[in-house]
Design a protein around this ligand. Structure first.
Ligand code: ATP
Length: 246
């Protein structure tokens, strides 16, 4: 069966400050209901790719100067971040930025203004179902909970928007292995049970390939390889050179 992808990036070029060419023709597809991983070394352009999709690029004086980004068949790359978010694309930016002075529940409610149908109460119940720890901590000040709980809070806040596509930037960064495992399990469940499509940026290739059936590898602004995760992990050269799995 061939289904239209929910997200289709065709040959995009991205520049910062009009001159710094960072993406040099990147093409990526995310199937509806799928999880796709975007891998690559530091500075390859992974975060820039996510920001181009979510519209956050504009806040850093970056611009898509060529190519196209289509979401559910509609071109979105000229639109603003707020408009794109209302269409159902939400980016969880790197570094788990919570509103430190608000409680966990207040942080979650920040995402609620983008909801289309469900009540805030239903949204909170859904988040607490997937993250029981956040229910326990709901009245605590977000600045004082653990790093893992802050990461759960930012993912939870994204869920409160009723997203169709979540762009996840390095959810494992700086977390203990146990917590990473827990968060990745939940990501998988959200995909399975809620049908949320996910584009996942990860430094930890092994981890990413364990949840994403398909992956792209980026190097200095270009996609150098893509394929089924099982194929990528079987290829010795790829394992060694691009994924650091050996
Ligand atoms: P990381 O894992 O370190 O975030 P990445 O693959 O996500 O790496 P990007 O953050 O997208 O890479 O950065 C790609 C390139 O763009 C880098 O050379 C970076 O220095 C440059 N860059 C990123 N943001 C800006 C900006 N706001 N202005 C100018 N150059 C930038």
């Amino acid at each position: 069966e061939t289904q239209e992808p929910i997200l289709k990036i065709s040959n995009i070029e991205v520049k910062y400050h009009e001159v710094i060419l960072v993406l040099k023709g990147v093409s990526i597809e995310v199937p509806k209901g799928g999880i796709v991983a975007l891998l690559g070394a530091n500075g390859a352009g992974k975060s820039t790719t996510l920001k181009a999709i979510s519209g956050l690029l504009k806040t850093e004086d970056g611009k898509v100067t060529d190519g196209a980004i289509e979401f559910e068949g509609e071109r979105i790359h000229a639109q603003g971040a707020a408009t794109i978010a209302r269409k159902g694309i939400i980016q969880v930016i790197e570094g788990r930025r919570v509103f430190e002075h608000l409680t966990v529940e207040e942080n979650l409610k920040v995402g609620a203004h983008l909801r289309k149908s469900g009540s805030v109460k239903d949204g909170l119940e859904m988040v607490y179902h997937y993250f029981p720890r956040l229910r326990e901590k709901r009245n605590e000040t977000a600045g004082f909970i653990s790093g893992g709980e802050q990461q759960m809070t930012v993912v939870g806040r994204a869920l409160m928007t009723e997203p169709k596509l979540v762009l996840l930037d390095e959810p494992s960064m700086g977390l203990a292995p146990m917590l990473i495992h827990e968060i990745f399990n939940i990501i998988k469940q959200l995909n399975d049970e809620q049908g949320i499509s996910i584009l996942l940026v990860e430094q930890n290739a092994k981890l990413a390939l364990s949840v994403a059936p398909y992956a792209y590898v980026m190097e200095t602004g270009r996609i150098v390889m893509d394929g089924e995760s099982s194929t990528l992990t079987e290829n010795e050269d790829i394992k060694d050179f691009y994924l650091g799995l050996t």
